[in-house]
Design a protein. Structure first.
Length: 69
């Protein structure tokens, strides 16, 4: 599709559909929190998986009273 100049936006809340090489955009409450390969977002967030990265980026772990992993 890239060769044809076609882009696809796949919006999901299911973390198990994301693979490390996916170009990921993390949006939360109307704000862009991260953009890039999923593996980079995980590493930049200091997390071990995309769920933990999302929790760190959104501050959800602190709101739940537990430290993000």
């Amino acid at each position: 599709m890239t060769e044809q100049g076609i882009g696809v936006l796949w919006a999901t809340h299911l973390f198990d559909e994301i693979i490390p090489s996916d170009d990921l955009v993390v949006l939360h409450q109307g704000r862009l929190l991260a953009h890039g390969p999923a593996a980079d977002i995980i590493a930049d967030a200091g997390a071990h998986d995309i769920n933990a990265a999302f929790m760190r980026l959104t501050g959800a772990a602190e709101q739940l009273g537990s430290p993000p992993s």
